[in-house]
Design a protein around this ligand. Structure first.
Ligand SMILES: *Cc1c(COP(=O)(O)O)cnc(C)c1O
Length: 432
């Protein structure tokens, strides 16, 4: 993978929690400190004219506080959406039933039959399948997959039919970082919409501040934080959010991936401590990456100086949250990867063998045979996804030293590090 010097000046980013803290707080019906859950699927109009006005778009949540129907705007989902907009620094946002709903609705809204997308080749498996397999057949929308870190390749793939430039802020699972300011410059010069999936780096990277037009999230991961809800969000300007809700042509309104208000309420309670969680995920990942590197293992983490995008990440991120909670360890072969994960889960209780990420405990999976298995062998090789690549989403339960001892024990049994008696090398704690 080539690494082109970029010419775009990167702006200094503002910590999004400041905007979030200034967002209007929604109190409960009886003055409760938490908002009430609006569970109704339909809403009364005080006068028959109001309903007609709503269908004409003359009244709505921001125009007189009027609501129509639960698949259209819902007050509880709308309140969570305002928090997402604050988090991403966009004018508006709306939440969806899943991350894939957010991604597919956005792409279908932006592209008509015959239109074209230029996308990073290293994206979430479901996104890859949507672009590579489904959209061409069902919608006549084609995608050219490129190495997003090669800006010349990105620009060369743009045709007169291209509408969207798509990337993940931190690519899954290669952990390459998108140069959002440079991509924004290219996108806007060609009149394209830059869509960034920021699932791996809420608060850490603020794509809108860096020049993206639309930010999508799987809130199933870090934002949800407890692996108990499938959820997503689209953060954009007000015009685009209203377009998605259009009664005749809106992808959210008509495809209907509606977020349940009870889910919106649950997730709204996780947003206030997202900043604490992201900082701790990042601290643990940084510590373990440094120690694994010292042991001579093949670890990839953007917080390590030798990571190809370390410098770029350092310029783009909000330093309060570090370099993210995900690292990868290349075990070479799938068998070795499986053996390590098996021991880590079943013998040392270090974490769980499971896909997904952003949970409070550590989750581990072998990317090539799981979350990236939708990719062809050729595309996987091109993206640098080796068959023995273990992706770890570091949790924050227990203590760092306790978790490190568990990890070290498993590496020791694999014969990858020297057997020691007493504390594992790298440990600051002398307690065993
Ligand atoms: C999980 C994930 C998605 C899909 O989100 P769902 O909530 O599972 O639909 C999209 N993008 C990335 C980067 C993800 O990790």
């Amino acid at each position: 993978m080539k690494n082109k010097p970029n010419v775009v000046k990167h702006p200094r980013v503002k910590n999004p929690v400041e905007t979030l803290a200034n967002t209007r707080h929604e109190f409960g019906e009886h003055g409760g400190v938490n908002m009430s859950i609006e569970a109704s699927t339909t809403f009364t109009a005080m006068h028959p004219d109001v309903l007609a006005d709503m269908f004409h778009g003359d009244k709505g949540p921001d125009k007189g506080g009027c609501y129509l129907y639960g698949r259209h705007f819902n007050p509880t989902v709308y309140s969570l959406s305002r928090q997402l907009a604050a988090l991403e620094g966009t004018e508006a946002a709306y939440c969806t039933a899943s991350g894939m709903a957010a991604i597919s609705a956005t792409l279908i809204q932006l592209c008509n039959t015959g239109d074209h997308i230029v996308s990073a080749h290293t994206v979430y498996g479901g996104t890859y399948a949507l672009m590579h397999d489904m959209l061409p057949v069902k919608n006549g929308i084609t995608t050219t997959l490129v190495d997003i870190t090669d800006l010349e390749e990105v620009e060369a793939a743009i045709t007169e039919k291209t509408r969207v430039l798509y990337a993940e802020s931190i690519a899954n699972p290669t952990l390459r970082v998108a140069d959002i300011p440079a991509l924004s410059e290219i996108a806007h010069r060609h009149n394209l919409t830059l869509v960034i999936d920021n699932t791996f780096s809420p608060l850490i990277i603020s794509p809108k501040q860096l020049g993206a037009d639309i930010v999508v999230h799987s809130m199933t991961k870090f934002i949800g934080g407890a692996s108990d809800h499938i959820a997503g969000a689209i953060c954009a300007d007000k015009e685009f959010i209203l377009e998605l809700m259009d009664l005749h042509t809106g992808a959210l309104m008509l495809l209907g991936p509606t977020m349940d208000p009870k889910v919106a309420y649950d997730i709204s309670l996780r947003i206030p401590h997202l900043s604490l969680r992201m900082a701790e995920h990042g601290k643990r990942a940084q510590l373990f990456a440094e120690r694994l590197k010292e042991l001579g293992l093949k670890v990839t983490y953007p917080g390590l100086p030798e990571h190809p995008d370390h410098g770029l990440f350092s310029e783009l991120h909000c330093a309060d949250y570090g370099y993210g909670g995900i690292l990868t360890l290349d075990m070479g072969a799938e068998e070795a990867a499986n053996q390590l994960m098996d021991m880590l889960q079943n013998d040392y209780h270090f974490g769980y063998l499971a896909v997904s990420l952003g949970y409070f405990d550590t989750l581990m999976s072998c990317s090539g045979s799981t979350t990236s298995s939708e990719m062809t062998e050729e595309d996987k090789a091109e993206a640098g996804i080796s068959p023995g690549l273990v992706r770890m989403s570091l949790g924050y339960t227990g203590t760092s030293e306790q978790r490190w001892r568990q990890l070290y024990k498993a590496l020791e049994r694999m014969g990858l590090v020297q057997a020691v008696s007493g504390p594992a090398p790298g440990s600051e704690s002398r307690a065993s």
